[in-house]
Ligand binder design. Structure first.
Ligand code: 0PR
Length: 365
């Protein structure tokens, strides 16, 4: 660190230079994040100093966190669901498995996840000393519920279903998993980090939420399809008692106990997430999601017309293709199976899709 500070303008000139090195979103098709909605950014700026880790000092902000949980709970057919704002899907998934482990109380616990699940479950299991059992997928890349059942034994503490898989954009058959969870008396966590703000706004949404009795918890990330500022995740649970299993004493804070993973927690992105969902409403979200889905279908049709085969027919806005080579100048990603993956986030507009298809026409010619 310098002995004497430098002028503000010098710092900001330096920062602007570094920022210019970052990629423009115009060419990014590999990300599950998108620039925040202006309403989210404006709300975020108003709450910069707020800390949800000591909610007694910020009761107004803490109330907005409860409103966000209630808004998402009502979207997921359980307005009284409990929950809290996390830093994102990784934290929500870790916390859900912590709850399941506490509740299960067996000697060598295991959890059964789809083999398509996000790598955050591997982190969670390593941290928590859980055995990770990966269930096979069916030919459409959704988890095979018979394969899940075959992996369940007396040491299983949780099942996981994914709503919007990271790599291929599939929605697992959560209703079938919920039946298994009830039958075997297991915790069922639904990782809807991506799809939780897509699927409810589709024309014919599959069941995946608390409307299904067996669903115990849901992870959803406003910082993905919710257009919020980063980091904004949310963990919802069916009953407050589930979160309370994680309580630790916090003797000198404005609250006596807390169940969150982080201590200090930013209020700003939580308020941003709430503001934009209130601003758009279900109607605005339906329009946003319909646009992304239309662009996804257009991208798939455009590339298939060039002879590039789709790798999946996705349930959400993730398009994948059987090619290992991408048109130059674009940021795409490649799945574990080496398929090209393009996420049609809100910044990937119809124009961007047409430009991508035009580049593909030249590239694959
Ligand atoms: N669950 C699912 C289904 C996810 O897709 C992700 C992240 C997570 C959990 C973890 O969420 P956090 O990263 O918020 O903890 N999916 C994206 C991925 O791994 C995250 C991402 C976003 C990666 C933007 C890159 C990027 O540019 O691909």
């Amino acid at each position: 660190m310098r002995e004497c500070g430098i002028p503000e303008e010098e710092i900001f000139a330096f920062l602007a230079g570094r920022k210019a090195e970052d990629l423009s979103h115009d060419t990014i098709l590999s990300s599950m994040c998108t620039p925040p909605h202006p309403v989210a950014a404006r709300a975020h700026m108003l709450f910069l100093e707020t800390n949800l880790g000591d909610p007694g000092l910020f009761p107004g902000t803490a109330q907005i966190e409860r409103e966000l949980v209630a808004l998402l709970g009502s979207l997921y057919h359980l307005p009284e669901a409990a929950g809290y704002a996390s830093s994102g899907g990784t934290e929500s998934n870790i916390q859900a498995l912590r709850i399941a482990k506490e509740q299960g109380r067996v000697a060598a616990p295991n959890v059964v996840v789809p083999s398509s699940s996000h790598f955050s479950f591997e982190k969670a299991c390593r941290m928590l000393g859980l055995e990770l059992r990966k269930a096979p997928l069916d030919t459409d890349r959704r988890v095979d519920h018979a394969g899940v059942e075959a992996l369940i034994d007396e040491s299983t503490v949780a099942l996981v279903g994914v709503v919007g898989t990271t790599e291929y954009g599939m929605v697992d058959p959560v209703a079938a998993l919920a039946r298994l969870a009830i039958e075997h008396d297991l915790f069922l966590h639904v990782d809807a980090a991506f799809g939780g703000l897509v699927v409810p706004f589709l024309l014919d949404p599959p069941d995946f939420d608390f409307a299904l009795d067996g669903v115990s918890s849901i992870a959803v990330d406003p910082h993905k399809m919710g257009l919020s500022t980063i980091p904004a995740g949310c963990l919802l649970v069916r009953e407050p008692g589930l979160l309370e299993l994680l309580n630790v004493d916090t003797p000198y804070l404005s609250v006596r106990q807390e169940y969150t993973l982080a201590g200090t927690r930013p209020g700003a992105p939580v308020v941003g997430a709430y503001a934009v969902l209130e601003y758009l409403g279900r109607e605005g979200m339906r329009a946003l999601v319909e646009g992304c889905m239309e662009n996804t279908r257009r991208l798939i049709a455009g590339l298939e017309a060039l002879g590039i085969e789709r790798a999946a027919t996705p349930d959400v806005n993730v398009a994948t293709f059987r090619t290992t080579s991408a048109p130059p100048g674009w940021r795409v990603s490649f799945t574990r199976e080496n398929d090209m993956r393009c996420v049609c986030m809100p910044h990937v507009s119809g124009d961007v899709v047409e430009r991508f298809i035009a580049s593909a026409e030249r590239h694959y010619a």
